[in-house]
Design a protein around this ligand. Structure first.
Ligand SMILES: *Cc1c(COP(=O)(O)O)cnc(C)c1O
Length: 391
């Protein structure tokens, strides 16, 4: 297809017309169960009435002012994130990559403010994903994202997750921070063990480093906790958010302790749109639902149900998929024997949208408010797909 859009994406030839709850309808009227949610974005599913109402109300009142002025909705969103997390302070932007850019800048400013401007390097991990800006592709690493984009932004050192010898060897007088995803989602839904997270905290404390957790995909209740690092009991210095925080409206956020953020004073960082009244209304509407009694507990319950049903399917179909379900809450993946794209394509053919992930994994990222019947529907289709591919 020739198109006026820059062809940076390999697109699937479907266009969707509308969404309702856990379902989307394409322009030909076909119905799909959405277990991809625009890559963990639509945490409340499609067309959630409260999110719609709040966005409509704010759009008709005041869409944008500027960060030159006070923005009460942004203040309220920050206060609520702070009240429900380790953080003392929040910067708003418009995407996950920008949130990570803020975290990297914050870490450099922290050491600069402490009189150690030479400490600017960030340790990241093999198979990570942190975004597509110049700094975040360097943080991510690998030819796939770096190829052809010129000199790599300096200041990132990669080590394997859980390899403490390599980690110790990578830490030098220039190291400023360690940045990790609590679950390496794009990399293949690989959960970072709680003990590994605890060790990273210790290493940061021993070496005066900031611990940054990239919660762009794992945050906002996805794993059955508001933020996924809570599972490990570890307190980070910085956490980044994106994807689910706006429920479909583009928002990013970088949360930090006031100590870690002490260099981020007036004039050091900014974003034209970041946390504007419309974005803040969307973020607050999402929090209204996610922070309501029982919502996140229900994510944990539905996650456990989906996981056990996936494990059943895996056991019965071990020629197509491994007996290995990965992830936490409603960020789950199954390791495939057949090419993962064969499963993803076959699932879509049967009306269920799921994304792939690295390491030949098929991911499941349903809306956080799914019901048992949606799980049963997806599982029945997966069973059918395994039967077909196993023949
Ligand atoms: C998606 C993602 C990003 C990048 O977010 P964008 O909004 O696409 O910039 C960064 N980190 C993680 C862990 C992600 O899953």
């Amino acid at each position: 297809m020739t198109t006026a859009v820059m062809p940076t994406y390999g697109r699937i030839d479907i266009a969707f017309e509308r969404g309702e709850g856990a379902y989307m309808y394409d322009t030909e009227g076909r119905k799909y169960l959405d277990f991809a949610t625009g890559l963990a974005v639509l945490c409340l599913g499609h067309s959630h009435p409260h999110l719609i109402a709040e966005i409509q109300r704010q759009a008709a009142t005041l869409m944008h002012t500027s960060n030159l002025y006070n923005i009460p909705g942004q203040e309220r969103l920050a206060e609520r994130l702070v009240a429900n997390s380790f953080a003392d302070t929040v910067f708003f932007c418009n995407s996950g990559a920008e949130a990570n850019e803020c975290a990297i800048k914050l870490a450099r400013r922290y050491h600069h403010t402490n009189g150690n401007p030479e400490r600017y390097r960030v340790i990241t991990f093999n198979d990570c994903f942190h975004g597509r800006t110049l700094a975040t592709i360097a943080a991510t690493g690998g030819e796939k994202v770096l190829d052809g984009f010129g000199p790599k932004v300096d200041g990132f050192d990669h080590v394997p997750v859980g390899d403490f010898e390599a980690l110790q060897a990578a830490i030098g007088p220039q190291t400023a921070a360690i940045m990790i995803e609590p679950i390496q989602a794009e990399g293949g839904v690989m959960v970072v063990e709680d003990t590994v997270m605890q060790n990273l905290r210790q290493v940061c404390d021993d070496n005066g480093l900031l611990l940054i957790v990239d919660e762009v995909q794992t945050g906002m209740g996805r794993t059955g906790r508001l933020l996924a690092h809570e599972w490990s009991g570890v307190t980070p210095d910085v956490a980044t958010l994106g994807k689910g925080i706006g429920g479909g409206f583009p928002i990013g956020a970088c949360m930090a302790t006031s100590e870690a953020a002490k260099g981020m004073v007036a004039g050091t960082h900014g974003s034209t749109y970041g946390g504007n009244p419309l974005a803040a209304a969307a973020g607050n509407a999402v929090l209204d639902i996610i922070l309501a009694d029982g919502f996140i507990e229900n994510v944990e319950r539905m996650g456990a149900l989906l996981r056990s049903r996936l494990e059943d399917v895996c056991r019965r179909n071990d020629s197509v998929i491994h007996e290995e379900v990965r992830g936490r809450g409603l960020l789950l993946g199954i390791k495939c024997r057949a090419p993962n794209m064969d499963l993803v394509t076959a699932m879509r053919g049967h009306g269920v949208l799921v994304p792939p992930a690295g390491d030949n994994v098929m991911r499941m990222l349903p809306p956080l408010n799914i019901e048992e019947r949606h799980i049963e529907e997806a599982i029945a289709v997966l069973e059918e797909v395994c039967r077909e591919l196993g023949q």
